[in-house]
Design a protein around this ligand. Structure first.
Ligand SMILES: [Zn+2]
Length: 450
């Protein structure tokens, strides 16, 4: 081994370029790598090196922290420097101690001492970038998984990343968002009036801790301009700009109605807007959508073809191949808005079946169509006219907002409020606004928890 590799930090005078301080923070051997593992630095070593560099930088910065005292805040007399006080600081990947200048009052009877901390100076001792990671993990995974993921990313366990802290912060940020969503867009938001909007409302069930209940319902709405549908390939579309809202509150739909209206305003809702609304047929979904009625030019309600097709598929699976052709025929009639014909075809199938369970499944489909008769349209014409009639694209979004976090782990049990808050972050992520807005919500939540 002829050489070694030194990582050195230097403090240099900007004007003279003279090195004032110089520290070797790490020396690595330079030797031929035996395997790919030896190439560069291992995960843990990278974090450790970063932490050492940070410590040196923080030591320099700490000296310059001005806690902001000119005179004694207690008695108004002069103050003098009184050494340094150590205080915690949690950076993204490492924990540090800052040494902050301490002051005391010169008046011997006053006895005031500044006792500065990172929190007293900055409002928090957690770097917002760490808080962002915690929120993202907390919004996408169970709190225990979030803590464990953070530990893995960080190649070490840190008490700052424990699941209670992740839970607390995620909840705070979600609560802040929940309040914000109650507000209509501010005047500073540039709103372009929309001639047309598409809105979809859908529900999902979340397992609960509430007594005597297995789950409660959350409703999600998504709203966008038809011009924002982009063809990815022959089978896939995506929505380039959309607003997603969600509520798990048990308040007779008040919250979701307000959220959806405010989201619609952000997407350009005005008196001239024609809204096409797609829903799965549940009555609460329709009533959420109908609340937009007074604010737009027209509101067209359509039973989402995606859900119809899904229901037919479920029955097909239950009934088996023998009935698949007749079911297709019933579906075909429905596609062309021959509702009675379709219902008759379904009755005919039912008459040929003795199994009670299968019969009741068919009856269920018939009731569903009957209940939503007013919202059935000529889907065939609609498709040919290139107008929206199915939520296939965004359906996956609504599903993923609720399900990824709340359904996957059956052992997770939620309170409505806890679920509601965490879902606000997911909705902001689904609206593609998290990256742009996170600091606005994370920062005040950090200061509040400090
Ligand atoms: Zn004093």
């Amino acid at each position: 081994m002829d050489y070694e590799f030194r990582v050195i930090v230097e403090k240099v005078s900007v004007t003279s370029q003279k090195v004032v301080e110089r520290d070797t923070i790490k020396i690595y051997d330079i030797k031929p790598p035996d395997s790919i593992l030896d190439l560069g630095l291992r995960h843990e070593e990278q974090i450790s090196l970063l932490s050492k560099v940070q410590s040196h930088l923080l030591a320099e910065q700490s000296k310059l922290i001005d806690p902001g005292y000119d005179a004694c805040p207690k008695c108004g007399q002069k103050i003098s420097k009184n050494g340094f006080k150590e205080s915690k600081f949690h950076a993204v990947f490492s924990d540090h101690k800052l040494r902050i200048q301490q002051h005391c009052c010169k008046n011997p009877e006053c006895n005031w001492n500044s006792g500065p901390t990172t929190t007293s100076v900055f409002g928090t001792d957690i770097h917002p970038d760490l808080a962002k990671l915690q929120c993202e993990q907390g919004a996408l995974h169970s709190y225990r998984d979030a803590a464990s993921n953070l530990e893995k990313m960080n190649a070490q366990r840190r008490s700052i990343n424990n699941h209670d802290r992740v839970k607390h912060l995620t909840n705070q940020v979600g609560e802040r968002l929940s309040q914000e969503n109650q507000e209509p867009p501010g005047e500073e938001e540039l709103l372009v009036p929309a001639q047309e909007l598409i809105v979809q409302v859908d529900g999902g069930h979340i397992p609960t801790k509430e007594k005597d209940k297995r789950s409660f319902e959350a409703l999600a709405g998504i709203i966008y301009r038809p011009t924002c549908i982009e063809l990815v390939d022959q089978h896939h579309r995506r929505i380039t700009d959309k607003s997603c809202v969600i509520s798990a509150k048990d308040d007779e739909l008040q919250t979701i109605k307000t959220y959806l209206y405010n989201a619609a305003l952000r997407q350009g809702l005005c008196k001239e807007t024609r809204i096409t609304a797609l829903a799965d047929g549940a009555s609460n979904c329709w009533s959420v959508i109908l609340a937009l009625g007074p604010h737009c030019h027209s509101l067209e309600l359509i039973l989402d073809w995606f859900h119809i097709a899904k229901k037919f598929q479920n029955i097909k699976n239950a009934l088996g191949e023998n009935f698949s052709e007749s079911l297709e025929k019933a579906k075909w009639s429905l596609w062309h808005r021959n509702v009675d014909e379709s219902l008759q075809k379904l009755t005919l199938i039912r008459d040929n079946i003795t199994d009670e369970q299968k019969r009741s499944k068919l009856k269920g489909l018939q009731d569903y169509l009957e209940n939503n008769r007013d919202y059935l349209i000529n889907y065939d014409e609609r498709e040919k006219a290139n107008k929206p009639f199915t939520s296939q694209v965004a359906e996956s979004h609504i599903d993923s907002i609720i399900n990824a976090r709340h359904k996957r782990k059956q052992k997770m049990q939620w309170t409505r409020e806890g679920a509601h808050n965490v879902l606000q972050i997911r909705a902001l992520m689904a609206s593609d606004e998290w990256e742009e807005k996170w600091l606005e919500y994370v920062m005040p939540s950090l200061e509040k928890t400090a």
